[in-house]
Design a protein around this ligand. Structure first.
Ligand code: PLP
Length: 305
């Protein structure tokens, strides 16, 4: 199923702001892992899919919001690798389906819509048992795909790179990706997470728990930069949108408005403010997320070019 370890390219970004501050900025193009399951979602699913297959499971079940990159990725993975998929979607059904769910349905995913209230029980064993009673056997992938096997997959993002970067930066949702990066750096240098949601405090505990499940040591060389969520998930400003559009024009790299756009905006601002000392080498992880652009543009009016 996954015979080769995918190693995505690293590119350097040159810009006046960056050059002026004396730092070097690189992007690891994880958005190039796979056309459909882009970026970190590919890394997070890899060992879960292998585990599901080895366990003889034929159905994957997972949780997500209606615009979730993770829902989209699981639906496609099921289609590609021969699993039935069930998506437990937060909130009521909205028709016509948004572009994310439309794709997921085309990949064969079945949806169960549950109230925001019920959705809060997504980690509750009794709730999961009830789902098994109702829907039959399934391999459970948690919301956002973040579990120990996801951390193992995300640790592979940094395999094979020269680890002479001083700062590794990534966008955070549920924290599995950064946990993998921290494990991979094994106590060296500094890893920074930029939450896309306003949940910085909870997220720190979640990351520590995910790390504890996988890494041999409770590494401390990481922190969250909580100033660049722009109000929360799918919230934005015109400043953010124009940054994303300018970045694409200048560097021929698409960013998404939910995660990677906020990450790069934050990195640029930190660089401009002199947060990284002159001479630093910064590596930003481009975690993909392009499937969300269509739905974002449909909701907010073709903002991302
Ligand atoms: C899901 C996602 C993230 C967040 O990853 P976590 O492991 O949940 O923290 C970041 N960037 C993109 C593009 C994503 O789709």
């Amino acid at each position: 199923m996954f015979d080769e370890l995918i190693n995505t390219p690293i590119v350097q970004i040159n810009d006046t702001i960056i050059d002026r501050s004396g730092v070097q900025l690189f992007i690891k193009r994880e958005d190039l892992t796979d056309t459909y399951i882009s970026g970190n979602k590919f890394r997070k699913l890899k060992y879960n899919l292998l585990n599901a297959k080895a366990g003889g499971y034929t159905t994957l079940l997972t949780f997500g919001g209606a615009f979730s990159n993770h829902i989209h990725a699981v639906a496609y993975a099921g289609f590609k690798f021969g699993f039935k998929t069930i998506g437990i979607i937060r909130g009521e059904e909205v028709l016509p389906l948004n572009p994310t769910l439309e794709d997921a349905a085309a990949f064969g995913m079945e949806f169960q819509y549950i109230s925001r209230e019920s959705y809060r029980h997504k980690k509750n064993p009794a709730f999961i048992d009830k789902l098994r009673d109702d829907l039959g056997a399934f391999y459970l992938i948690p919301e956002g795909g973040s579990n120990t096997l996801a951390v193992k997959g995300c640790a592979e993002i940094l395999i094979g790179i020269e680890k002479d970067f001083d700062h590794i930066c990534c966008a955070c949702g549920t924290g599995g990706t950064i946990a993998g990066l921290i494990a991979s750096m094994a106590g060296k240098k500094k890893v920074w997470g930029f939450p896309a949601l306003k949940n910085g405090a909870f997220l720190k505990n979640d990351i520590a728990a995910l790390l504890h499940g996988y890494a041999s040591e409770p590494y401390q060389n990481w922190d969250l930069v909580i100033d660049y969520h722009f109000g929360g998930y799918a919230r934005y400003t015109y400043e953010l949108v124009s940054f994303i559009n300018r970045f694409k024009k200048a560097h021929k790299i698409q960013l998404d408005p939910i995660y990677t756009g906020k990450l790069m905006f934050g990195i640029y601002q930190l660089i401009a403010n002199g947060f990284f000392v002159s001479g630093s080498k910064i590596l930003a992880i481009h975690t993909g997320g392009f499937q969300g652009i269509k739905g974002f543009n449909q909701r907010f009016g073709d903002l991302i070019k």
